[in-house]
Ligand binder design. Structure first.
Ligand SMILES: O=C1O[C@H](COP(=O)(O)O)[C@@H](O)[C@H](O)[C@H]1O
Length: 239
């Protein structure tokens, strides 16, 4: 397993560093179809804006198929929709076919959608020797409670789920979400965490250094073959 931590000055430098690495990585990929799972939350917004403004013509987006590591069970035009944010800031601004964007239908019944999305993934993502879909790249964030995708500490059993997706419940708002599970996140060829903000510094240090309460944070259990943390100086404060 390879783990690398890249510490950048600020959130926009995190987005810039990841975007540059992503563009170079795409060039190294020989396959026609590259599968990428996006994260939600606030951190990737700068990345979406940068992809739209600086990389619209620099990356062959037709090779990339986008999925989501998690999605909130809301309408796609709801401000909470991870797809909605990516659409407004990114997809609406580049040339990409609808067939390349595999959104979670947050407006559907969560249990039905969990199954439909699982099938969508099985139909488009390479399957590994353990019959688990293997994304080429998964982009993740981390919450202040150590959750990643929508695997929260109170539902850490999803880290070992035999399913591709689960219906998660946000611990404070009870909002339902569809999330990829631990085996799928860990089976990805490459995982990149984008983490910014001082409020995440203590949890991040425990996750990376495997100290304190690290075992209780779902993010600590993401251990794929190739893992890179892109963090800003504020989040790296306690490393
Ligand atoms: O709820 C979520 O939170 C995490 C972290 O988000 P951030 O706003 O702190 O960047 C995110 O990775 C996840 O996709 C999202 O649904």
């Amino acid at each position: 397993m390879s783990i690398e931590t890249k510490t950048l000055a600020d959130p926009s430098s995190v987005a810039a560093a990841f975007a540059a690495d992503f563009a170079a990585w795409v060039e190294t990929q020989g396959q026609d179809k590259i599968t990428v799972a996006l994260s939600g939350g606030s951190t990737p917004k700068m990345l979406f804006e940068l992809w739209a403004s600086e990389y619209a013509d620099k990356i062959d987006w037709s090779r990339i198929h986008f999925f989501w590591g998690d999605e909130r069970c809301v309408d796609p035009d709801d401000s909470e929709s991870n797809y909605g944010v990516a659409k407004t800031l990114f997809f609406d601004k580049i040339q990409i076919a609808e067939d390349n964007v595999h959104r979670v239908h947050g407006e559907s019944d969560p249990d039905d959608e969990r199954l439909r999305y699982e099938n969508e993934i099985y139909n488009h993502v390479e399957i590994d020797e353990n019959a688990i879909p293997q994304f080429d790249l998964v982009i993740l964030g981390m919450g202040t409670d150590g959750h990643t995708a929508s695997i929260f500490p109170h539902q850490s059993q999803f880290l070992k789920s035999v399913q591709v997706c689960e219906v998660a419940i946000h611990p404070e708002t009870a909002q339902k979400r569809i999330t990829l599970t631990g085996p799928v996140l860990n089976g990805a060829k490459k995982v990149a965490f984008l983490i910014t903000g001082e409020e995440k510094a203590d949890v991040l240090a425990q996750v990376i250094n495997k100290t304190g309460e690290f075992e209780s944070f779902p993010a600590s259990h993401i251990e794929p073959e190739n893992l890179t943390f892109y963090v800003d100086q504020a989040a790296a404060k306690s490393l």
